[in-house]
Design a protein around this ligand. Structure first.
Ligand code: ZN
Length: 198
């Protein structure tokens, strides 16, 4: 199988471990990299290793950041008493792009899924409950409108209700089965404005 020599095969092998990259794409990327200037390749390699070294999870909301507390959680201009619960950092980014949300977030890093065997203990729910002991007025549940996202929303609302804190769910404007990050900005704004109390 070593048609291209050991180094090239190893590069193709590493690239094909990336999600969504099959052997053919890995091969195309490897050839592209080899044709690039050494400087460009060094820059790429450098940003990969630096990102891995410096990017961490915010100690409050759990999003990816390069500071201990992310800029949203440490901003005095954001309403720290309003927490929007999302599945991923990409979902957070989608809402931030709309520029219409002034609260803070809580990133679960997943959703409860009976089919995938992901339980409540596997996502960042404990951390959410800890945050609710502070000054919180409303929790907006913005998990995806997939089966897993809905099950997670239900679970969270049951968890929060006894605390007396307001719990709401974003409106059904988000297409069923669609990842939040693929939804256009207007749809997200409508989903947020049309949220209903649980
Ligand atoms: Zn944060």
């Amino acid at each position: 199988m070593d048609y291209y020599g050991r180094e090239m095969s190893s590069l193709i092998g590493e690239l094909s471990k990336l999600p969504g990259i099959g052997p053919k794409t890995a091969q195309r990327l490897a050839f592209h990299i080899i044709r690039q200037d050494e400087e460009d390749v060094e820059r790429l390699a450098h940003s990969i290793t630096e990102a891995k070294k410096k990017i961490r999870y915010c100690n409050v909301c759990g999003t990816l950041t390069d500071t201990e507390t992310c800029p949203i959680c440490s901003s005095p201009r954001r309403n720290q008493a309003m927490i929007m619960v999302v599945e991923t950092t990409q979902d957070l980014a989608a809402y931030e792009k709309t520029g219409r949300y002034n609260g803070v977030y809580h990133v679960l890093h997943g959703a409860i899924s009976s089919s995938l065997g992901i339980g409540p203990g596997d996502i960042r729910l404990k951390e959410l409950l800890v945050r609710l002991q502070g000054e919180v007025e409303e929790v907006i549940i913005a998990t995806n409108s997939t089966l897993d996202g809905e099950a997670t929303a239900m679970y969270i609302s049951r968890l929060i209700k006894p605390t007396g804190i307001k719990v709401s769910r974003i409106a059904n404007g988000v297409p069923v089965g669609g990842d939040l990050e693929c939804v256009d900005e207007m749809t997200l704004v409508r989903a947020l404005d049309g949220r209903t109390l649980l």
